[in-house]
Design a protein around this ligand. Sequence first.
Ligand SMILES: O=c1ccn([C@H]2C[C@H](O)[C@@H](COP(=O)(O)OP(=O)(O)OP(=O)(O)O)O2)c(=O)[nH]1
Ligand SMILES: [Mg+2]
Length: 147
Amino acid sequence: MHQVLFKRLPGNEDVSLPTRMSEAAAGFDLHAAVGENVVLQPGERGLIPAGFAMAMPPELEAQIRPRSGLAYKHGITCLNSPGTIDADYRGEVKVLLINLGQEPFVIARGERIAQMVFQTVPTISIQEADELPETLRGAGGFGHTGK
Ligand SMILES: O=c1ccn([C@H]2C[C@H](O)[C@@H](COP(=O)(O)OP(=O)(O)OP(=O)(O)O)O2)c(=O)[nH]1
Ligand SMILES: [Mg+2]
C-alpha cells in the first residue's frame, strides 16, 4: 500500500478530489476546478486546473490520461498524454486538454475531464559506456520487421 496525500487548494472546497468511479478502477477521475465555463474551440488546447496539490512517495509517479468517453464522443484528449506528475511536484495538478473534435467543447466546474493512474518508478543508475551488448535486432527499428 502506498500513501498519497491530496491537498485541496483554497477556493476549491466544492470541487471533488480525484475519485474512483468503481471499486477496482485504475484511474482516479480528475475534476475541473475552473471558475466560469471554459470553452475549447476545435483545435484549441487549454490547461485546466484540478484544484489540488499532492504528495506521493518517491517510488511513484502519476500519469494523467484521457477519458475514453470524452475522446470518443467529443475528440477531447490530453495533448501530452500521458501527463507525468513527479513525486516531488507540489504545485497544482493541471490537465492539458486539446479539442480534436469538430465542435466547441464546454468544460464546467466539477466536470470529470481526465483520469490519474499511479505507477511505480524503478530505481535506475545511469552509467556511460563505449560499447553496448549486441542483440539480434541491433539498430533495426521503425518497422524494419515489416508491416
Ligand atoms: O499533465 C501534466 C503534466 C505535468 N504537470 C506538472 C507535474 C509535473 O511534475 C510537472 C512537470 O511536468 P513535466 O516534467 O511533464 O514538464 P516539463 O516541461 O519537463 O517541466 P519541468 O521542467 O518543470 O519538469 O508539471 C501537471 O500538473 N500536469
Ligand atoms: Mg520535466
